[in-house]
Design a protein around this ligand. Structure first.
Ligand SMILES: Cc1cc2nc3c(=O)[nH]c(=O)nc-3n(C[C@H](O)[C@H](O)[C@H](O)COP(=O)(O)O)c2cc1C
Length: 221
């Protein structure tokens, strides 16, 4: 079935995107206002977009037209935030921080979470989260009622138990048991159903399919 986005109101386009682009990782963002009041919120319009420089992006919408969510206001005003990742063990507390509290309510306190001091930015990280990224604002791209926040990751904290080899920066990803957001408002996916599929070297593919390699061209993975 064709859904022509030219014919569909914005709210409905949203429904099609969030019920198909799944699972999405969740950024559990801690920020502070200019007076240091803490704020936390969950955002699944989120991913990492570059390794060098290390860049993450988050789509932060508005509570109502013209009133951006507190996270976006804080990041715009202070230029700093922490992205914490959400594990299965964090699920319920993450859900509490996503309650639409009025401005100035400390969601970390509401959810019984422990703020820990960051090293490179002012907003704290969440002790209970297995991975936290201290970020500095690079740019906010205006998408209408959503602002796409691009952040440079300045430092990452990983709980010791998930670090396999610190010298080689190997992390035990399956053990993190991170959550993904699925369709609708309340569906999530666990990241425990894994399978492995090695990349295929071009030479191996050509041998298998009988495709003759073009002379003078070297294969690249
Ligand atoms: C799992 C999850 C993912 C969410 N993803 C987003 C998102 O990508 N963008 C957004 O604007 N709101 C998202 N929300 C809603 C915000 O978390 C919610 O509006 C929150 O109250 C915003 O907090 P703030 O006003 O303190 O920034 C999500 C909520 C949940 C539970």
């Amino acid at each position: 079935m064709l859904f022509d986005f030219k014919e569909i109101p914005g709210k409905e386009c949203y429904k099609l995107l969030v019920s198909t682009v799944t699972p999405r990782p969740i950024a559990w963002v801690v920020s502070q206002d200019v007076n240091g009041v803490l704020n936390a919120g969950a955002f699944s319009f989120f991913n990492a977009f570059s390794g060098d420089p290390p860049v993450v992006a988050i789509g932060v919408a508005s509570h109502k037209p013209g009133r951006p969510k507190d996270t976006r206001v804080n990041i715009r005003e202070t230029g700093q935030f922490v992205v914490n990742l959400v594990s299965e063990a964090n699920a319920e507390q993450m859900n509490i921080t996503a309650i639409e509290f009025e401005y100035g309510v400390d969601e970390l306190e509401q959810a019984g979470l422990t703020p820990l001091p960051s090293v490179r930015v002012k907003p704290p990280r969440i002790a209970e989260s297995p991975v936290a990224m201290e970020c500095e604002l690079m740019q906010i791209i205006d998408l209408g009622e959503t602002g796409l926040v691009l952040g440079r990751v300045l430092a990452m904290h990983v709980h010791d138990e998930f670090v396999l080899d610190a010298a080689n920066l190997y992390i035990d990803t399956p053990k993190l048991r991170l959550l993904g957001r699925m369709h609708g408002r309340g569906w999530y996916a666990r990241t425990s159903d894994l399978f492995e599929m090695p990349r295929i070297p071009v030479k191996e593919w050509k041998m298998k399919t009988g495709v003759a390699s073009e002379s003078g061209k070297s294969g690249r993975d």
